[in-house]
Each structure stands twice: as C-alpha cells, then as structure tokens.
Ligand binder design. Sequence first.
Ligand SMILES: [Zn+2]
Length: 188
Amino acid sequence: MTFGELSEWTIALGAKEKLSAEVRQRVSRELPSFVRDIDPKTAPKRFKLPTGESLADATRMTAIKCHSLLIARKVHGAAFFKVAPEYEALAKDLLFWVMRYNFNTGEPKGVFCCPPCTLSLLPLYSLGCFRWVDCNELKSAVLNAMVRGQSVFSSDYPKAYAQWAKGFAEACSEASVPAGSGRGNRSR
Ligand SMILES: [Zn+2]
C-alpha cells in the first residue's frame, strides 16, 4: 500500500462509512508493515487530508500515524491491537507524545501540538483506541476546547477537517445508546 492509498481510504472513511471488502483485505495484508516503515525521511513532504487540505512537517506525520491507526481500528474492531504488534506500538507511541505534551504545557488532556494534530487524534479518542486511558475524557476535553475556542482552537483552524473529525465523536455517541433501547437490539 502507498501513502496515496492511505489518503484515499481515509477519504472513503467518513464516520459512518465502511471500507470495501477488497480494501479491508489489503489493509489486513499490508498495513502492519506500512506502519512499521513510517518514517519522516521517506514519507511524502505533503500529506493530503480527507477534506482536501494538505499538511507538511511533523503535523503530516501525526496525520499519517493517526489515519493508519484509524483504518486498523475500523477494519479490525476494538481488538485491533491484537491483530499486529505494530498497531499496539503505534498506539503507545502516539499516546506517549500526547501525554508528554499535556505534562509539559498544561493544555487540556488530548490536545496535541496544533489544531490539525489534535483533530487527527480526535477520531481515535472517539473510537476508544487507547485502552490505557479514559478516551472519553480526552474526547470531551478536545470537543470542549473546540466549542469554546480555547487552547489550540483559539486561533484559526481547518473547519472542514474539524467537521470530519467531529463526525466520529457524534457517530460514536449515537452508537453507545444502551442495548434494548431500539438500536442494534437483536433479541426478540
Ligand atoms: Zn501539529
């Protein structure tokens, strides 16, 4: 798989969409080694977001890492980290930098580096990708900062990308309606 395909698949992957069977098979086969080889020296200088903006420098690396993990989570479900050791390692690496940022700056937990980096992480919080922490707390802190225009969101930020990232938070809170209240209730 290529960086172009990573972008393409993430574009296809709005909050409520699923990837095709063909793409899911490719992900199973090729994403672990793609993740293992992620390196700023070999990654494209600019990386295109699902909403069309493109990122450079360290911020593009956050997006590449987050989107890889998002695809692993969407293809393999909540136990994605058992599928390949690369996913577990990547999740730990991302979370380490997020926590370190919080420790060094005192910004809300879950906020990281700049608006696009924080927005790249938001779907992962929404989908509970970091099992070592309370992802809901991180998700709420980021959404709060965004609504109030605080922290990294106090200046201009990519609104379309914010909308895309928020879609995952909204889809997840709908999906967590308790069983028996109508949605997804398979019992008779
Ligand atoms: Zn950044």
